[in-house]
Ligand binder design. Structure first.
Ligand code: GDP
Ligand code: MG
Length: 439
């Protein structure tokens, strides 16, 4: 999906003249891609009209128009997953009851332990209640997760009534002055009457302050009707989107948010207890579009000195893509040993890394550093054009760094291939707010 949308936008922005037809063609491409990723037809057509209106062909032209189009596409997609509702925030010093609902296999039991551990890290006294008496082994599963994460839990092997277990568990934790009490419920394979009436009864018994629906990101088109049905029965206030570590890009989740006007609060990114992240619309859309994960990049660079980080971010935001920036990037990856992770965040770089085999990588990085060291300031802040005008510089650098002319040329070429991508992103304004937490 991301590739196609990017292609559509960039093929348009490569044209100097943006006329009505070019814009229509691009919008068509984008819509097809969104539909294929399970975004609802109605939403897609609304999106198309919004983009058209905002881009408004009659005003402005040329360069600024291109940026505008890229920005509008990104912003509108962000707007679709961001319903601007303030998510529920538990308060310390009182009992916050959180109830989980969702279909079987969505990831409720896994996610409620993740959430419990998340709040525990934030200093909340947190307990888990297993109100799934429908599936054999449900209590054991929750118990094992809870023990591993060192979180108090409540459940009964012999009581068949989930309402009773839920009430008793919540009462017990309330008496013990727990801040957060999370109630796991059972699911069914499909939306069934019994499931919904059970949910309503449990909710009546424990009076949750917040109900969270757990949604599997790979659900596709079904996500919309599913979330609607759950909304009617349980009026959940937020969504946890699970299995975002898989191939699913979560197009269905956009429909779920729009259909229920309910925010996604967390995403599940794996099977382990720490595989949970607060939801960020920008990050989600970046992934949907297959773009560089700049927030991930910002997190990754947290271990790097703030001076280095600042200079990288500044260069990118200003759109100054030069050898200095490339050097900082490579230094960063060498220091952290997070080469592959960074590569995954930045498509341009991953191409470069792919072209080397593992053993060669270290050596190659070293010679690149020698090359940078042999560049003077003027060369470091250049974007490669300088070497076209004065190729003798290449020989000087190769000699000075003990590398070959070919290696220096390769490095120059590398910057050229990364340049359009980085510049496009910087110019589009997509990097605004980058590095700010919780954007
Ligand atoms: P429940 O029936 O809704 O309680 O679902 P479970 O919590 O039992 O999860 C069903 C399966 O999905 C289990 O195998 C989990 O390990 C897996 N699972 C849950 N969340 C995630 C996730 O974010 N990523 C991945 N890869 N697997 C997950
Ligand atoms: Mg379960």
């Amino acid at each position: 999906l991301g590739q196609r949308i990017n292609n559509a936008v960039s093929s348009l922005t490569k044209n100097n003249v943006i006329d009505e037809k070019a814009l229509d063609d691009m919008l068509k491409e984008i819509c097809v891609a969104l539909l294929e990723s399970d975004v609802n037809v109605r939403l897609v057509s609304q999106l198309r009209n919004k983009i058209k209106t905002k881009v408004n062909l009659k005003e402005g032209a040329g360069h600024s128009k291109k940026r505008l189009i890229q920005k509008v596409v990104f912003d509108e997609l962000c707007d679709l997953v961001d319903c601007h509702a303030e998510p529920y925030k538990p308060k310390k010093g009182r009992s916050n009851v959180i109830m989980f609902v969702g279909l079987q296999g969505a990831g409720k039991t896994t996610s409620c332990t993740k959430l419990a551990a998340y709040y525990k890290r934030k200093g909340f006294k947190t307990g888990l209640v297993c109100a799934d008496t429908f599936r054999a082994g449900a209590f054991d599963q929750l118990k094992q997760n809870a023990i591993k994460a060192n979180i108090p839990y409540y459940g009964l092997y012999t009581e068949p009534d989930p309402v009773k277990v839920a009430r008793e568990g919540v009462d017990m934790f309330k008496r013990e002055k727990f801040d957060i009490i999370i109630v796991d419920t059972s699911g069914r394979h499909q939306q069934e009457k019994e499931l919904f009436s059970e949910m309503v009864e449990i909710a009546d018994a424990v009076k949750p302050n917040q109900t969270i629906m757990v949604l599997d990101a790979s659900n596709g088109q079904a996500a919309e009707s599913q979330s609607k049905a759950f909304k009617e029965a349980s009026d959940f206030g937020s969504i946890i989107l699970t299995k975002m570590d898989g191939h699913a890009k979560g197009g269905g989740a956009i429909s779920a948010v729009a259909a229920t006007n309910t925010p996604i609060v967390f995403i599940g990114t794996g099977e382990h207890v720490h595989d949970i992240e607060p939801f960020s619309p920008k990050k989600f859309v970046s992934k949907l579009l297959g773009m560089a994960d700049f927030e991930g990049l910002a997190e990754l660079t947290e271990s790097i000195s703030s001076d280095t980080k600042e200079s990288i971010m500044k260069s990118m935001q200003e759109g100054t893509i030069n050898f200095k920036l490339l050097k900082e990037f490579l230094k960063m990856t060498m220091n952290t040993g997070m080469l592959s992770q960074l590569g995954a965040s930045l498509p341009g770089l991953s191409g470069m890394l792919d072209s080397m085999n593992q053993d060669d990588t270290k050596e190659k990085m070293k010679s690149m550093m020698y090359i940078f060291d042999s560049m003077n300031e003027k060369e470091l802040v250049s974007d490669g054009d300088l070497f076209k005008k004065q190729p003798s510089r290449i020989l000087r650098i190769a000699r000075g760094s003990g590398t070959s002319v070919m290696e220096v040329e390769q490095l120059i070429l590398q910057l050229e291939t990364m340049k359009p991508m980085l510049e496009g992103l910087s110019n589009s304004g997509l990097l605004g707010g980058m590095g700010k937490k919780g954007a």
